[in-house]
Write a protein that binds this ligand. Structure first.
Ligand SMILES: [Zn+2]
Length: 324
């Protein structure tokens, strides 16, 4: 099976009341962990590549790793550009075989966002085979590679804008801002309440009222959530118990993402949870075995944890298992 775009994936996900996981990949172990987990769960999956990943691993390596995963697993995989900053990078990725791209012009004015998104859509849809385009309206707080928005500067997507935006751009899916956030520190402690039993921070709930209003205005249209790691405290604990120091790391509770996945949300982006799992595996291994120096041993443990997390997300959050 060759790489696929996200069109059919999203149509089925919308109908079936589940979401496809879009996981960021930066190296061989992460690509393997994600795709082997998806294979074992019989789930389609999106592998996404950010500007930071391209800088770190070089585009050609990532492309070849993903091709290897497609061959090895034979499941539907889309290769997606995460947060394309301009037309040129989207074009470069489309020309080099990506099956889906995101043009992120969300920091520009409404009219500029429409114009740039439209330009990418025209190029992507004229490509054979058809490349799907994700756009964004609204701004998320937090830090993800080259995307950095201070807490307090974020803005929710305005439901009254979405019909005009989708009609005029022709985009295939839309990322919206309803309170998710990039990174492992999604909310400031003062935005959260504290669970009296565990002392764990509980973040403010997602704005499901905005999501519902948008879904009503765009029936059948796939919605995307960025910044949707849950920052599982078990992994934070493993990291901190093995020499790490992550304080007040907090994510979006999984029940809320499960609820979103049942609605018009067809793609949920998860990156920080994989980073935490990889780091937990490596730290735990090196702390337990200070004499080890073979990278396969500790990176292998990191890979196992990432695989565990992806399986957990597919089965308990996304609901995309057994959908091939
Ligand atoms: Zn993002």
């Amino acid at each position: 099976m060759p790489l696929v775009n996200t069109k059919e994936m999203f149509e089925k996900a919308y109908e079936g009341g589940y979401a496809i996981g879009a996981f960021n990949c930066n190296n061989m172990e992460i690509v393997q962990a994600i795709t082997e987990a998806a294979k074992e769960c019989n789930s389609p999956v999106i592998l996404q590549v950010s500007a930071g990943a391209r800088k770190y691993a070089k585009p050609i390596y990532l492309k070849k790793l993903v091709e290897a995963a497609v061959k090895d697993t034979n499941i539907p995989i889309a290769l997606h550009l995460d947060h394309g900053a301009d037309f040129e990078i989207c074009k470069e990725c489309i020309d080099s075989g990506f099956t889906s791209v995101m043009i992120d012009a969300s920091s520009k004015s409404f009219e500029e966002n429409i114009a740039l998104t439209r330009k990418v859509v025209e190029y992507a849809h004229a490509h054979v085979p058809y490349v799907t385009v994700e756009a964004e309206l609204g701004t998320l707080a937090g830090i993800e590679d080259d995307v950095n928005v201070a807490h307090g500067s974020e803005s929710y997507t305005r439901p009254e804008d979405v019909e005009e935006f989708v009609r005029r751009t022709g985009c295939d899916s839309l990322a919206i801002a309803i309170g998710t956030s990039h990174g492992a520190y999604k909310f400031k402690p003062e935005q959260c309440t504290v669970d009296p039993k565990t002392g764990v921070l509980i973040p403010p709930p997602l704005r499901f009222d905005i999501l519902e209003e948008i879904s009503k205005r765009l029936p059948g249209f796939p919605i995307v959530l960025h910044g949707s790691s849950s920052v599982n405290q078990e992994y934070v604990k493993i990291i901190n118990n093995n020499g790490g120091s992550l304080k007040d790391a907090v994510g979006v509770p999984e029940e809320q993402l499960r609820k979103a996945a049942r609605s018009s949300v067809c793609k949920i982006n998860i990156d920080s949870d994989l980073r935490l799992a990889m780091t937990a595996g490596i730290r735990e291994h090196l702390n337990k075995h200070p004499d080890h120096f073979d990278p396969r041993q500790y990176i292998g443990d990191g890979r196992n944890y990432v695989k565990e997390v992806v399986k957990h997300k597919i089965l308990n959050v996304l609901g995309s298992n057994d959908k091939i």
